[in-house]
Design a protein around this ligand. Structure first.
Ligand code: UT7
Length: 341
């Protein structure tokens, strides 16, 4: 059985920087830089311009990851795209990315699959890719986490609890087969569907009749409550801490790789306070954690692959290191993975 290792990483964020002060000044949101920084650690985020979608951001990240791996897009056997903000409700983003990477023109009609697991989506996709490679079914799987949140945020005071948290971006990795003794050593996912409504965007409620109510002029009307995401922030916070700690402890016990043996910790970037709390509970030293929430906000499925790409570029991530990843989010879903780089 081959090992599955990360042969290349790439990250891309759109150029437009939106600071906390910009949310007040340009969007008129009743918030403040002080509130957002103190409660979340976020200083700024990136917003994509109209016309740009998650597959566009993903394509930029994917090209960098492929280049880093020394591969052409045509070498890929599969694309997995983790996102909660796909181009369309269906068919999702992976097929759009395939086309953007030139695979259709090249006659490479490989499998393309979206993974819809929100903040844990990248780790769900990574585990899926590793299994595909280890089984021998694929040699190179492109795994992308990409989000264009800005289009669907209620950028008013009404939506401030959510709108101030999220940003756009994409990260990509190539998961490849190798005979070397390295790669994805462990992954485990979890979910608790009892809390499905605690963080959700119910715009597609297929149980509704009519699905889209029409007014007397025959014009479809969707209420704002349906359009925007809703979140019970405190409940999410509490469960995030508990589940992230639990997922890490289970990973350490299963792999017998304990805290001090881990060289780098990549936590999902939802809130700096969540991560500091988890790190405190587990006794993880500050210098083994990397962050990007201050610059990008919560980029959901993109946070961990963006961290990987940045850490690989700036030398924090070195061959042979043991890297522990952990994420938690809507569903509730969570996951942890241990990678020997
Ligand atoms: O990616 C995975 C999922 N997401 C998360 O993991 C998020 C988890 N939750 C959180 O990070 C935090 O709960 C938040 C950052 C969302 C909120 O922080 P909090 O400390 O739990 O604040 P809160 O919701 O309890 O609100 C406290 C106050 C409220 O005002 P009152 O009722 O005390 O007068 C809110 O209306 O802060 C107000 N508030 C704001 N004020 C200024 C909420 N959002 C804002 C805002 N700016 N952006």
């Amino acid at each position: 059985m081959p090992n599955a290792y990360i042969s290349g990483t790439g990250g891309y964020v759109p150029p437009r920087v939106v600071t906390n002060d910009d949310l007040v000044r340009d969007y008129g949101i009743d918030t403040s830089d002080e509130w957002i920084q103190k409660r979340t650690g976020i200083k700024e985020r990136r917003f994509a311009d109209a016309g740009v979608g998650s597959a566009d951001l993903g394509a930029e990240a994917a090209r960098i990851a492929l280049d880093d791996a020394g591969l052409a897009a045509t070498d890929l056997d599969m694309i997995l795209f983790a996102t909660l903000s796909p181009e369309h409700h269906f068919p999702g983003s992976a097929v759009y990315l395939q086309e953007k990477l030139g695979l259709c023109d090249a006659g490479r009609f490989i499998g393309c699959m979206d993974i819809r697991n929100q903040c844990s989506g990248f780790l769900y996709a990574l585990g899926t890719a590793a299994s595909m490679v280890q089984s021998g079914a694929c040699r190179h799987v492109l795994v992308v986490g990409g989000e264009t949140h800005s289009a669907a945020l209620d950028l008013t005071t009404r939506g401030r609890t959510i709108a101030t948290l999220f940003g756009d971006g994409a990260g990509a990795v190539v998961v490849s087969a190798t005979d070397e003794d390295r790669g994805v050593r462990y992954w485990k996912m979890g979910a608790d569907g009892r809390f499905a409504d605690a963080l959700s965007q119910p715009v597609w409620d297929i149980r509704k009749r009519p699905f889209i109510p029409l007014n007397e002029d025959g014009v479809g009307q969707v209420s704002t409550e349906m359009l925007w995401a809703t979140m019970d922030g405190r409940k999410v916070f509490r469960h995030a801490v508990e589940r992230m700690c639990g997922a890490v402890m289970e990973a350490c016990q299963s792999t017998e790789v304990f805290g001090p043996d881990v060289d780098l910790w990549l936590f999902h970037q939802a809130n700096m306070r969540i991560n500091q709390y988890v790190a405190g509970q587990l006794g993880i030293p500050e210098d083994k954690l990397v962050h990007n929430i201050d610059r990008y906000g919560n980029t959901t499925a993109a946070t961990i692959p963006l961290l990987m790409a940045e850490a690989a570029r700036d030398g924090r991530l070195q061959r042979g290191m043991k890297v522990m990843c952990v994420a938690f989010g809507s569903g509730f879903t969570w996951g942890a993975a241990l990678i020997e780089w």
